[in-house]
Write a protein that binds this ligand. Structure first.
Ligand code: XLS
Ligand code: NI
Ligand code: NI
Length: 497
């Protein structure tokens, strides 16, 4: 009877969640029966072994492991371009990208916005359960999702995985308990966190910032939170530790001592860098620039500003940057610009792959799927020789109106396929070679043997010498060639398929 009810529930859920595009429903009664959405966990308790008394069933019933089926596939629950183990430009696709799922958007995002409440009824967020039970369930859902999607990394804030308690001690205990579940679930799998970060922006204590707070006790509390978060990240084997300056910025300069706030923020970073070394964590430290939102001005405005901050405070070499495409456009740049700025400064460490909406002026965190943008992001990754221990995190969420569990799969498949398609285009572009040639050709006078360009680049030329050179040579106008930007565009277009 129990099993029968569970099957009915699963079927009802599968039907409700697949109205739009119909993924295959659970095939037989022998398969794990389903998602048991509403605290009726007991009904499913026979389906899979319990972990520490916690029930879990299948959160995505009817969704198979996502496979590569090639560009002609008409199955929306398959990859058309992403083929994890296929070697492109000397490296497996999965190693070029090191895709990662953002825990906060995918498992804790409820669709609420300033004008409306939650729209998603995820089975792991059953309101009848207490916050810790929900936290355990969400973690199980995460591992099922990663396994089915074929993704080996995930990113999280400490407060995404475990709720705050009444005291810091209790909060830390909550975090330890959920981390223990994650540790258990990752055993025997390649799944690890890509980066971990402390959420230093939601609680009202951080309303004026954390590391840049005008209040020293808030700084100290935030430092304690970072230490604990780094310990958890180390326990789970995260390769990177990230800072995004949620509220590190200001709303008005009238009441802000910007110099002091920046000095303090740098001390905050130094404490973390020091602990990273002493604790043996040895993660790659990342800083994620963003120009505004939630504050009017965020201190890590863009990559160039962030690099200048790091240099001013002697932190160069200690941090890389995490470029988020939607943040790039908010700062008035293209994602391509931010990636290139990071690359030429030797600090491109990770990418939060997402995009904004051309008509909406904030961080809408949409999945990046535009073929041209995807090509440019993939090109930046290839030019950088990969992302090392970094990767591509989907800091992106479903639209508020997308409420089916299957939508989480469609969104990630589209994001992964978009970049995979971009990478395939990059391979064609490089093989064709004409774009590289066009670009290099524009700088030929700098590399010409014995030419004035080489002399200048050697750093030995003087103004007097150059004056003499200019007086004894014809006007360079005869040498100034076309930039052929339109032709460059055609080469790019030809590679895009
Ligand atoms: C917000 C940021 C945030 C960071 C992690 O805009 O993108 O999600 O990636 O704190
Ligand atoms: Ni981000
Ligand atoms: Ni963002």
């Amino acid at each position: 009877m129990r099993a029968f009810i569970a099957i009915l529930l699963a079927l009802a859920l599968a039907a409700r969640s697949t109205r739009a595009a119909a993924p295959p429903a659970a095939k037989s009664a022998k398969e794990p029966a389903g998602s048991c959405p509403s605290g009726d966990g007991a009904a499913c308790s026979d389906d899979k072994p319990n972990f520490k008394g916690e029930w879990y069933g299948e959160f995505f019933p009817g969704i198979p492991k996502i496979k590569y089926e090639g560009p002609d596939s008409t199955n929306p629950l398959a990859f058309r371009y992403y083929n994890a183990d296929e070697v492109i430009l000397g490296k497996k696709m999965k190693d070029w990208f090191r895709f990662s799922v953002a825990y906060w958007h995918t498992f804790r995002g409820d669709g609420s916005d300033p004008f409306g409440s939650a729209t998603k009824n995820w089975s792991w967020e059953d309101p009848k359960l207490d916050p810790m039970q929900r936290a355990f369930r969400a973690m199980h859902a995460n591992f099922e999702f990663l396994d089915k999607l074929g993704v080996e990394f995930w990113c999280f804030h400490d407060r995404d995985i475990a709720p705050e308690g009444a005291t810091l001690e209790e909060t830390n205990r909550n975090l330890d308990q959920v981390a223990e579940v994650a540790l258990e679930l990752q055993k025997g799998t390649p799944i690890r966190p890509l980066w971990v970060t402390a959420q230093l922006f939601k609680h009202p204590r951080y309303m004026h910032g954390a590391g840049s707070s005008p209040n020293a006790s808030v700084f100290a509390y935030a430092a304690a939170q970072v230490k604990k978060c780094m310990d958890v990240a180390q326990l789970l084997g995260s390769s990177n530790y990230l800072f995004w300056g949620g509220r590190e910025g200001y709303s008005s300069l009238l009441n802000t001592d910007m110099g002091m706030e920046l000095d303090n923020l740098a001390s905050f970073m130094k404490l973390a860098v020091d602990y990273n070394k002493r604790s043996g964590f040895k993660a790659t430290m990342l800083l994620e620039p963003k120009p505004q939102e939630p504050t009017k001005h965020q201190y890590d405005w863009d990559v160039a500003t962030t690099v200048s901050f790091l240099r001013k405070y002697g932190l160069e070499g200690e941090f890389k940057v995490n470029v988020e495409c939607n943040h790039a456009t908010l700062s008035g740049h293209s994602c391509e610009h931010e990636l290139e700025t990071a690359r030429i400064n030797g600090v491109l460490g990770n990418i939060d792959a997402n995009t904004g909406d051309p008509q909406v002026g904030w961080d809408t965190d949409e999945f990046l799927t535009d073929p041209r943008e995807c090509l440019l992001v993939a090109l930046a990754v290839v030019r950088n020789g990969g992302l090392g221990v970094g990767g591509i995190n989907f800091d992106a969420k479903l639209r508020r109106e997308s409420t089916s569990p299957a939508d989480l799969f469609y969104a990630h498949i589209a994001g992964m396929d978009g970049l995979a398609r971009g990478l395939r285009s990059v391979a064609r572009l490089i093989e064709d070679g004409r774009l590289d040639k066009l670009r290099a050709g524009r700088y030929a006078s700098w590399t010409e043997k014995g030419g004035i360009g080489q002399r200048i680049r050697s750093g030995k030329a003087t103004l007097e010498e150059l004056e003499k050179w200019a007086l004894s040579n014809p006007d360079p106008i005869a040498d100034v060639a076309s930039g052929s930007q339109e032709l460059a565009g055609i080469y790019l277009d030809m590679a895009m398929r």
